[in-house]
Design a protein around this ligand. Structure first.
Ligand SMILES: CC(C)(COP(=O)(O)OP(=O)(O)OC[C@H]1O[C@@H](n2cnc3c(N)ncnc32)[C@H](O)[C@@H]1OP(=O)(O)O)[C@@H](O)C(=O)NCCC(=O)NCCS
Length: 154
């Protein structure tokens, strides 16, 4: 029996042409997904929007804003069918490396207090919890707190 070689993930800049695929993933994995307009705004603002592709197509993406030496991870997503195979870890490593190359000294992010999987991903990548934003995620029924995390990129 021979092991099947997995094709290496490819990372590239996101463009408006990717938004159908991005929105299909976004709507499939979040209870409160970003809108197409949110992604367009990030592209228009020249935020660092990247996608992760396999032979199967686009399976993940990340969005980072960088200013004054500080990077902010605004979105990190892997399609539901591809989660749990290390792609989130790979995409996060790529996004932190890209931010470092752009001169960022620190990266910050907010993660829902209930999102144990993502929280663990960030902890294992070296992020530290530095605070809590109460009711950061508005929801009429029950606003949710955000855990604020920081990674030293130096
Ligand atoms: C969070 C997300 C990006 C992780 O991507 P992924 O490809 O599923 O994660 P990986 O397979 O690379 O796992 C990497 C590490 O993350 C942690 N992790 C990821 N999913 C987890 C889960 N469901 N439960 C517990 N830990 C999890 C683990 O520490 C894992 O490493 P380990 O298996 O060695 O312990 C992905 O699950 C996703 O897109 N989720 C929905 C959107 C989201 O919540 N994004 C983050 C918003 S802040």
């Amino acid at each position: 029996m021979s092991a099947r070689l997995q094709p290496a993930p490819q990372y590239r800049s996101m463009s408006a042409a990717d938004l159908d695929a991005v929105m299909a993933i976004e709507n499939g994995i979040y209870t409160h997904p970003w809108t197409r307009g949110n992604f367009r705004d990030c592209l228009d603002a020249h935020y660092h929007c990247r996608v992760l592709e396999l032979d199967a197509g686009l399976i993940g993406y990340g969005v980072v804003s960088i200013a004054a030496g500080e990077a902010h991870l605004l979105n990190l997503s892997v399609a539901a069918d591809w989660q749990g195979h290390g792609h989130g870890r790979g995409l996060l490593t790529y996004m932190t490396g890209m931010a470092r190359e752009c001169g960022a000294l620190k990266m910050f992010l907010e993660v829902r207090a209930s999102n144990a999987g993502a929280y663990r991903l960030y902890l294992r990548a070296g992020f530290c919890e530095i605070g809590l934003r109460r009711g950061y995620y508005p929801d009429k029924a029950k606003p949710e707190d955000a855990v604020v995390m920081e990674l030293d990129l130096t």
